[in-house]
Design a protein around this ligand. Structure first.
Ligand code: 5GP
Ligand code: MN
Length: 323
């Protein structure tokens, strides 16, 4: 057994009150990984609190175990586990508001800063949920149907329905095993990826109207006013970026979502062979080679100008090096 997994096991055995936290503006992998680990530790008799700074968005409330998610930490916590976060700030909590320093960091982002005492970071994993699946046996944790459902949600959403280049035969073997353990694949796919409200469709409409294209670059923005007009309660792009990235010729897709705090949430997607994670990092964010994001201070117009100019630069240098 790898020493870090042994350490993980020892830390769990010694803990009486565990807090597990995943990233702000949580996606399916953050929530699925969080709930899966929480439930399997609870099944092993541990006292565990699931924490998300932003709570659980409506579309993931179908997942078993999401009702117990809290927005604040228990005061008596003696083990802190952070999931699917490339840096500690990604939890959405100020470092001084965490109940203790991070004991265990489990993640799959290549930009992970190894901020835990124990760091289990595998950038080749398609999702944090895939890493947790592999940890269950060595940690002595059982995967029941509720745990399997949450893990499969992480895999389905982070691979955008098995469309990303990191989907290996091994990933599909994990999927097969999770289905055998009781995870309903078609229901998860439908609810977590396919279904959307009329509000979201109208919100997308505003973004689609403003679509811009220049060579291999496709981008658009969503404003605070758009959200207000359609009544969208989230602060994100409602996954419009995944639709934009299907456009022919879009080597890099960027979306700008205006925030009320004088900031803009930027998301990038790129085709295989074009790594945009360093660009997101340069803007204070992070992510994967093909999917990255950052929260950037400034107004919509100014941030758009800066980011499009930098992205154009990356795209140009990559296309020139291919010649
Ligand atoms: P999205 O753009 O869909 O929010 O996220 C795409 C990827 O980039 C995800 O893997 C996510 O974890 C990462 N990411 C998005 N925003 C941030 C950010 O502000 N900071 C960091 N470190 N990673 C981010
Ligand atoms: Mn993830």
């Amino acid at each position: 057994m790898k020493p870090e997994i042994l350490e993980f096991r020892t830390l769990i055995e010694g803990a009486t009150s565990i807090a597990v936290v995943a990233h702000e503006r949580p996606d399916g992998d953050a929530i699925g990984s969080l709930i899966a680990l929480t439930l399997s530790l609870q099944n092993a008799g541990k006292q565990v609190a699931s924490i998300l700074a932003d709570g659980v968005p409506n579309r993931f409330r179908f997942l078993p175990g999401t009702d117990d998610v809290q927005r604040t930490f228990p005061t008596d916590c003696n083990l802190l586990i952070v999931l699917d976060c490339s840096d500690v700030e990604r939890t959405g909590f100020e470092v001084e508001d965490l109940p203790r320093s991070v004991d265990i960091n489990v993640d799959h982002h290549p930009t992970n800063t190894h901020f835990g005492v124990v760091n289990i970071v595998d950038p080749h994993a398609s999702a944090t949920a895939e890493i947790l699946f592999g940890l269950a046996e060595p940690l002595g944790l059982e995967i029941d149907s509720r745990v399997a459902t949450n893990l499969l949600t992480g895999l389905v959403t982070d691979t955008i329905g098995f469309r990303t280049t990191n989907v290996t035969p091994q990933v599909l073997n994990v999927v097969a095993r999770l289905i055998e353990l009781g995870a309903p694949l078609s229901e998860i796919y439908e609810r977590a990826l396919n279904r959307r409200s009329i509000i979201v469709a109208r919100y997308w409409g505003y973004g689609l109207l403003r679509l811009e294209q220049e060579d291999g670059l496709v981008w658009t923005s969503l404003t605070l006013e758009d959200r207000q007009r359609v009544g969208y309660s989230g602060k994100d792009d409602a996954d419009l970026i995944n639709l934009l990235s299907t456009i022919d010729g879009a080597e890099v897709t960027v979306i700008f979502v205006e925030q009320s705090e004088g900031a803009v949430k930027v998301s990038w997607r790129s085709r295989a062979g074009l790594n945009i994670a360093p660009l997101a990092e340069a803007f204070g964010g992070g992510g994967h080679h093909q999917a990255a994001g950052a929260m950037i201070a400034g107004d919509l117009e100014e941030v758009t100008k800066r980011v499009i100019s930098a992205t154009r630069g990356i795209l140009k240098s990559v296309t020139e090096s291919r010649r």
